[in-house]
Design a protein around this ligand. Sequence first.
Ligand SMILES: [Zn+2]
Length: 250
Amino acid sequence: MKRRAFLGTIGSTASLGTLAYATRGASDTLEVRIWLSERAATYDGVADRIRAYLDETLALGYWTLETSIGGSVSVSTEAAARLTHRGEWPMALASGTLGGRDLEPASDVNLLVTDGGMERAPTGYGVPHIASVGGARHIAALESFDDIVVDDARSIVPNTTPARTMQVLLHEIGHALGLDHKDGVAFVHDGALVATPMLSSYAWDPTYERNASPCGTTIPASDDRKQMLSFAFSSCARRRLANYDGEIRF
Ligand SMILES: [Zn+2]
C-alpha cells in the first residue's frame, strides 16, 4: 500500500520508452485492464466481479470507463506487492511479454490480481499506470455490490476480508492514477469510523497523521469505533482524478 515514483521503482535498467501511453483529453475513456496470475485465474468470476465493482466505483462523470480482461499471466510469485515493487510486472508490461506470451498494456491502469494473502502488509502496490493486489480467493467470495452496500450515497460496507480486499484493489488503482494516501479521508457514520479507499486501513493506525489531510478535514480518532469501509473515493480524490489526463505528475 505504498507508492513509489515509477522510475524509482524500476531503477535504470528498464527501457520504459516502449511504454507509449497516449495522451488523453478531458472527456476520453479511462482504460483499466485486469490481469490474473495463473493461480488467481483458477477462481471463478474474479475478473468479472472486479469489473462490476469498478463500474460502481470508478465510472465517474469525467471519463468513460472501459474495463477489459488481459487474461492470465505466469508470474514468479503470488506476493502481489513484490511483483510491482521489485519490477517484474512493470518490466513485463514495458517489454510487452511475460512467460512466453505477448502482453498489450492498457493506457491507464494495468491491474494484476494474484492469489497472495491479505493478512500481512503489503498486500498490494501501485505505481503510475501499474498496480498489483492479492486476494483473488476473497474477491471470488465477495458478494455483489448491491448486496453488501449499506449506505448507497457513500458506498459504505462492513469491514470483511473480501470487502477489504476490494478496497485495497481500489486503493492500488488510485495509486496507478496518481493518488496518494493524503487523498483519503475517514468519517463517522452511525458510530462507525468509515475509511475511504486511499486512506484505507491507515484510518485505524493511531500513528497516522490525522490533521494533515489537504481535504480540509481531520480524520476522526479510531478509538473503539466499529470499522467500516467506503468504496467511494473521497471528494478530494475525485477532484484530483478529474484532472487526470494520462500523465502522472509528482
Ligand atoms: Zn498505498
